[in-house]
Each structure stands twice: as structure tokens, then as C-alpha cells.
Design a protein around this ligand. Structure first.
Ligand SMILES: Cc1ncc(COP(=O)(O)O)c(C=O)c1O
Length: 407
């Protein structure tokens, strides 16, 4: 009998053992406890501006001002969320590439909530089913799927040099080992943790392959607009829409609207026709009703207000482009500054990666050394949040990285 079962049979929970901390959030705790004034946190997945803040966008502030004046109720939303918001998800994610009545769309608490609802739906309606996830992938994917009892398998994503996409490896793994009816998790853009994305030609081939092998694409779209642009980043979604009759897209507005704590996301199930979409929506609603019942209003109302107003939309586009451009320029600055340190290590591959994250190629020992000797915190895998860098502290960062590489 394990500890939990033993204490439960006594009718108490007093002797529970402590669960392990979340790897990335645990690093943040260590960072906060670090008394070195020079410390730098490049581990967490949030955007930071030049002052090290995660700002509230001006378009969000203005939408909130309007909501405070105009909002009439805090009554419950429907189980599937705010209708207007769900239509805006259809506009942003699908942009007319699929008929609206083939989409069963649920407002969810962030992208994580969408993935969890998707997993419960797959287990409830399509079992036996398993899902193929890339190696590496966002650390929470396996945990979310495990929690719903959805078995996971993995396919190769990164080439042996850890710098580029293992297209052949991915197709070979799925060709050999997956079965028709299996689901496959794909990152739409700005792959977390590597920043390495397929090209548009590769997306065409992935989508064709998935359709021929009758695999179900489950696309995680957490960074739309952080890579190349809102539409450019949807190239994978568009390819899948062209080739696959069914798919699920889990999207998040945490990053592109800077609405992390408002928990704004969506699950869109693409069905073969309108009646299948309607049936799917009814099952998705049952999943949600017995979980969190219905989603929160505020974040969704902000997104709907911004995307429903042309001047707020154009302000949002400008602010999103500002975040994207800043990340790109930090990448460039890091590569140039590293080249000047004379460490002999070429980081120019970072310029081919997209979004907030980069796989730096630093190993666990070097990561530990950065933390222990320089108070620079990055994830054990070598993943760096580029958006956490700052222009004026680039020299400090690059000198430290050069030192750990040389030693
Ligand atoms: C790949 C990926 N999917 C999903 C999420 C979850 O997003 P949210 O914060 O909206 O739940 C994240 C967040 O970091 C992510 O990186």
C-alpha cells in the first residue's frame, strides 16, 4: 500500500509525501531566493520588455476600460464560453480556411485547459487511442495527457546536432510505429522548447502523410504571431486544413495578447461536416461541465473587444509586432555578442529558430555552472527564453556563457 492509500484508509491525509516541484517553476523559486543582484532568469516562458517587465498591452488596457464601462453582468457564461469570442477564434486561427459550421469551438482556460479538454474528449469518445508527441516537447504535454489516461508515444523532432528539425526521423518514426486512428501532437509554430519549426514545404508533406495514414492531428498553437506573423505562423494549420478531414487545434492567447493570468484559450475541433461538429460540441460540453463547469469571462471579453474593433485590432497588431521584433533583435544581438567573446562557439543557428525559445546546445553541467557561478537561470535541457534577455546586459550574459563553454 502506498503512503496515500495508507493514510486514506485511516481516514486522514496527514502523512502525504511531498510531490516533486514543477521543474521550471522550481527554478524561478531558486531565482527569487538568489541574493546576487546580477541574477538573470531566462527559464520561464513569458515575454519581458526592455525593463524586464511582462507588460499589459495598451490595446488590452483600452479594452478593459471599455469593459468596465459597458459590461452589464458577471453571470455565468455558457459551458462552451462567450459566443463572440469563439467566433474570433475561428477568424484568427482559421481565417476562413474552413467552413464555420464544421468547427466545434470551446473557450477554454488557456492553452493548457484546451489540451486537457481535448485529451478527455479523445479518451472518452475515440478510445482506444494514443497520442504521439515530439521529443523534445513542452514539459507539460505528457503530464496533461497522462492525467486523462491518454497514452503517449514519442517521435523524433530534433536532429542529432540539436540544431534543426528531424523531418525524416519524424516521418520514419510515425510511418513505422503509429497506427491509423492515433493522434499526433504538432506544434503549429515557435516550437517549445527548441524554436525549430518545419518549413512550409515540410508542413505540406506532414499534412499529406497524416491524411494518407489516417492520423488525427492535434495542433498546439500557443505562439501565433510570435514567429513570423499572425498569418505566416498559421502555415501548418492551413496545410493540415487542406489535407486532413479532421483535426483538433488547441490555441492560447496568453502570449500574443500578454493575457497570461486571464486564462484565455480555445479548442477547435474540425469535423467532416456540420452535423459531426454539432455532435462533437455536445461531447466537449459534457467534458467541461463535469470539470470546471464554464470558463471565466474577463479574458475572453478582452480578446473579443480587441478583435471586434478595427482600431484596437491594428493597435494589437503593432504591439504584437513590437514583441516579435524585439525577440528577433535579441537573438541577433546574442549571436553577435557571442561571436565577439572569442569562445569559438558559433550560435548563428539561433537566427533560424522562431519565437521565444531557443535550444542553446548547452549541456546540463554548463547550465548548472551558469546558475551556480553566474546566477543565470536557464532550463536543464539548455532551453533559453530569448525574451528574458536584455540589450544592456548582453555582455554580462555572453561573457558568462563563454566562460562555461571554455571550462
Ligand atoms: C507549447 C505550449 N502549449 C501550451 C501552453 C499553455 O499555454 P497557457 O498558458 O495558455 O495555458 C504553453 C505555455 O507555455 C506552451 O508553451
Amino acid at each position: 500500500m502506498n503512503e496515500l492509500a495508507r493514510s486514506h484508509s485511516n481516514g486522514r491525509c496527514a502523512s502525504l509525501s511531498t510531490a516533486p516541484p514543477d521543474a521550471i517553476l522550481g527554478l524561478t523559486e531558486a531565482f527569487l531566493a538568489d541574493t546576487n543582484p546580477e541574477k538573470m532568469n531566462l527559464s520561464v516562458g513569458v515575454y519581458k520588455n526592455a525593463s524586464g517587465q511582462t507588460p499589459i498591452l495598451d490595446c488590452v488596457k483600452e479594452a478593459e476600460r471599455r469593459l468596465v464601462e459597458e459590461e452589464k453582468t458577471k453571470g455565468y457564461l455558457p459551458i462552451d464560453g462567450l459566443g463572440e469570442y469563439r467566433d474570433r477564434i475561428a477568424d484568427l486561427v482559421f481565417a476562413g480556411s474552413i467552413e464555420r459550421d464544421r468547427l466545434a469551438i470551446m473557450q477554454t482556460p488557456g492553452g493548457t485547459g484546451a489540451l486537457r479538454v481535448a485529451a478527455a474528449f479523445l479518451v472518452g469518445q475515440l478510445s482506444p487511442i494514443r497520442i504521439w508527441i515530439p521529443t523534445p516537447t513542452w514539459a507539460n504535454h505528457a503530464a496533461v495527457f497522462d492525467s486523462e489516461g491518454l497514452p503517449t508515444e514519442s517521435y523524433r523532432y530534433l536532429s542529432a546536432d540539436k540544431k534543426s528539425f528531424a523531418f525524416d526521423g519524424m516521418i520514419e518514426d510515425l510511418q513505422k510505429n503509429s497506427k491509423p486512428g492515433d493522434a499526433v501532437l504538432l506544434h503549429a509554430c515557435c516550437h517549445n522548447p527548441t524554436g525549430v519549426d518545419p518549413t512550409s514545404e515540410q508542413w505540406e508533406q506532414i499534412a499529406t502523410f497524416m491524411s494518407e495514414k489516417r492520423l488525427l492531428p492535434l495542433i498546439d498553437f500557443a505562439y501565433q504571431g510570435f514567429g513570423k506573423g499572425l498569418e505566416e505562423d498559421a502555415v501548418g494549420v492551413r496545410a493540415v486544413m487542406r489535407h486532413c478531414p479532421e483535426a483538433i487545434v488547441c490555441n492560447s492567447f496568453s502570449k500574443n495578447f500578454g493575457l497570461y493570468s486571464e486564462r484565455v484559450g480555445g479548442l477547435s475541433l474540425v469535423a467532416v461536416d456540420a452535423s459531426e461538429a454539432k455532435a462533437a460540441q455536445s461531447h466537449l460540453k459534457r467534458v467541461v461541465r463535469s470539470n470546471y463547469s464554464n470558463p471565466p469571462r474577463h479574458g475572453a471579453a478582452i480578446v473579443a473587444t480587441i478583435v471586434g474593433d478595427s482600431s484596437l485590432t491594428s493597435l494589437w497588431h503593432t504591439e504584437l509586432a513590437g514583441m516579435r521584433d524585439r525577440i528577433r533583435s535579441l537573438r541577433r544581438k546574442f549571436v553577435e555578442t557571442m561571436a565577439r567573446t572569442g569562445s569559438g562557439h558559433d550560435f548563428s543557428f539561433l537566427l533560424d529558430q522562431h519565437g521565444m525559445f531557443s535550444f542553446s546546445g548547452l549541456n546540463k553541467m554548463q547550465v548548472d555552472q551558469l546558475k551556480n557561478e553566474h546566477s543565470i537561470y536557464i532550463v536543464g535541457s539548455g532551453r533559453i527564453n530569448v525574451a528574458g534577455m536584455s540589450e544592456d546586459r548582453m555582455d554580462f550574459l555572453c561573457q558568462a556563457v563563454a566562460k562555461v563553454i571554455e571550462s
